[in-house]
Ligand binder design. Structure first.
Ligand SMILES: [Zn+2]
Length: 122
């Protein structure tokens, strides 16, 4: 009996891991579209934080960066580094048009942050 219930627990964990893994790949597919969209408008990008190792001492403890579901993008136009949230607005709006779970950090003054919601986290 105990063995059976442990198997159930294990299966539940595997299902949950598989769900997260699929979510992470969906996030990458959506980010590819975002990157291409930004490039098509004549901007350059460098990567800021994407995956954040849990051993890092900074950042929110429940951040989607810890689950590989968020990325920070550094935006440049004509060689100028654009750091205002408003500089990202058109891309944040594009991002949120891609999927109902896409969330742009501009809603909480973190304009270069793009994430995919997971289990209620944005
Ligand atoms: Zn971020």
């Amino acid at each position: 009996m105990w063995v059976v219930s442990m198997e159930k627990v294990q299966k539940k964990q595997n299902d949950s891991m598989s769900t997260l893994r699929k979510r992470q790949s969906k996030f990458v597919r959506l980010v590819i579209l975002l990157l291409m969209h930004i490039h098509a408008r004549g901007y350059e990008i460098t990567f800021g934080d994407a995956y954040r190792d849990p051993r890092c001492k900074y950042g929110a403890p429940n951040s989607l960066h810890l689950m590989r579901l968020a990325i920070d993008l550094n935006l440049f136009k004509d060689g100028v580094y654009l750091t205002d949230t408003e500089d990202h607005r058109e891309f944040g709006e594009y991002w949120e048009s891609l999927d109902p779970d896409c969330s742009w950090g501009g809603h909480f003054n973190d304009g270069n942050h793009y994430s995919l919601a997971y289990m209620g986290r944005k």
